[in-house]
Design a protein around this ligand. Structure first.
Ligand code: MN
Length: 134
């Protein structure tokens, strides 16, 4: 089933790759290059999932996650972190901030859209088990 997906990423190549892979699966994509732009789009329209880079200009992914989880109209939207953060403890910090699941960069093209779809379809806890750890 086609989904409405917001992709938040400041790296234009990664953004192009992610939107390409999602569109190839029939999904509709919106894009934001920083956290503020993402929150503006989230106020204006509804999404089935938000795929969000963690290191972003202006407002980072941690702030986006905290905002979303504090807003009752946004808290239930699945929120997937896509990040290069690979230090011990980063995963816990990301999940603690409110992200439902975590994907490590680089994006694996064959798996990316499937992992996004799994998170849309299932409860976050189930999808989290499928997520690759770094
Ligand atoms: Mn970034």
């Amino acid at each position: 089933m086609p989904a409405r997906i917001l992709v938040v990423e400041d790296n234009s190549l990664n953004l192009k790759l992610m939107t390409y892979l999602l569109k190839a699966r029939g999904h509709e994509t919106w894009t934001a290059g920083d956290g503020i732009e993402a929150l503006r789009l989230l106020q204006a329209t509804t999404f089935d999932i938000v795929v969000c880079d963690v290191q972003l200009p202006v407002m980072d992914g941690f702030e986006v996650a905290r905002w979303m989880k504090c807003d009752s109209s946004l808290a239930r939207i699945p929120l997937l972190a896509v990040t290069a953060l690979a230090m011990v403890g980063d995963r816990d910090r990301i999940l603690k901030a409110g992200f439902d699941a975590y994907l490590a960069k680089p994006i694996v093209p064959r798996e990316f859209a499937r992992e996004v779809e799994a998170l849309i379809a299932g409860p976050p806890a189930a999808a989290r088990d499928k997520v690759r750890s770094v």
